[in-house]
Every structure is written in structure tokens, then in C-alpha cells.
Write a protein that binds this ligand. Sequence first.
Ligand SMILES: Nc1ncnc2c1ncn2[C@@H]1O[C@H](COP(=O)(O)OP(=O)(O)O)[C@@H](O)[C@H]1O
Ligand SMILES: O=C(O)C1=C[C@@H](OP(=O)(O)O)[C@@H](O)[C@H](O)C1
Ligand SMILES: [Mg+2]
Length: 175
Amino acid sequence: MPRIFLIGPMGSGKTTVGRFLAERLGLEFIDLDQAIERRCGVEVRTIFDIEGEQGFRAREQAMLDELTQRDDVLLATGGGSILDAENRRLLRERGLVVWLKTRVDQQIRRLEKDQRRPLLQAPDREERLQRLARERDPLYAECAHLVIRSDNVVPVQMAARAEQQIRAHLNQGSP
Ligand SMILES: Nc1ncnc2c1ncn2[C@@H]1O[C@H](COP(=O)(O)OP(=O)(O)O)[C@@H](O)[C@H]1O
Ligand SMILES: O=C(O)C1=C[C@@H](OP(=O)(O)O)[C@@H](O)[C@H](O)C1
Ligand SMILES: [Mg+2]
């Protein structure tokens, strides 16, 4: 089993589904944001408060480079990891990149009460998520080897579906 890297927008289920999926695939689960939080000793939102988005992106880049070299892992990235061209290259070269594609209305519902994601704390969340999708969808598409829809199924079912599709993809001999 190659390394698996989950990409996709906030609320696509990278962290939640990733944990179940890693277990099904016999891989160690690592969440990029959680790894950064452990190393810094503060939450992502605090890093944004103190160092700004730019500071967070620098930490994210360094941690992504480190963790994408680990073997037998499933890495759940953060939604903005693909903004950086070097990150996209590292992800594509070092493992199988899976885009959990999700509709904005599903993201809104799942993240209704969220206060931890700095880029979501806007007066109009729908407008914000639509704009991020417009900006980022081409980058997710460029980076992904495999696209899996993550709408209308709960995380355990989503993990089962993703496992099936990943195994089918690998059986075709694709990277
Ligand atoms: N397929 C799903 N169906 C319903 N709720 C989900 C699904 N995936 C994630 N969630 C919920 O949405 C919220 C955000 O999920 P999370 O895994 O943190 O997304 P991400 O890491 O992609 O931002 C969590 O409360 C999670 O339980
Ligand atoms: O989309 C983004 O730019 C971000 C997504 C978050 O991760 P999730 O995608 O796991 O929510 C987290 O990395 C940070 O708040 C920035
Ligand atoms: Mg996450």
C-alpha cells in the first residue's frame, strides 16, 4: 500500500474519515494540523492570530515535507495545503493523492458551529466557501490522482467507499 494523502476543502472529512480509512488500509493515521499543533503547543487558530496565515503556511510546508516522507501512513492534510506548488509536487510524487470532493452546502452543514477554522470565521460562510472553492478546485484537481465524492454519507460509510475506490484504482496499476 502506498502512502495515502487526503486533500480537499474544510469539512470534506479528511480528519474524520481519514482516521477510519487508515485503519481499514492498515496505515498509521496522521493529521497535518494536529501534528503542527502538537509541535507548536497551540491550536491552529492561535498560530493564525500570532503569526498570520503566512506564518501558518510556512509551518504547514515544513511539516508536510517531513510527514510525506514517512512510510505506511495516511496523512490528512489541511484544506489550504495545496495552495503551495511545492506542496502539490511533494504530495503527487510521494504517494497517492485522494481528493475528497464535497459540495458547499454539505460543508456549511458540517461546519455550522465551527470556531476553530480561521478562514471560516466570516459573516457569510457560504460566500467564503464558494470563493475558496473557486480559487482552490483547480489546484485540488491538478494535485489529485483520484477524486472521491464525500457528500451524503456518514464518515464510516465514506471510509468504506474510499477504501473500495482506492483499491480499485491501485489494481489498475495507477500511481
Ligand atoms: N461524511 C460526513 N458526513 C457527515 N459529517 C461529516 C462527514 N465528514 C465529516 N463530517 C463532520 O464534519 C466536521 C468536519 O470534518 P473534518 O473531518 O474535520 O473535515 P476536514 O478535516 O476535511 O476539515 C466534523 O464534525 C465531522 O464529524
Ligand atoms: O482551508 C484552509 O486553508 C485551512 C483548513 C484547515 O484544515 P481542514 O481542511 O482540516 O479543516 C486548517 O489547516 C486551517 O484552518 C486552514
Ligand atoms: Mg482536518
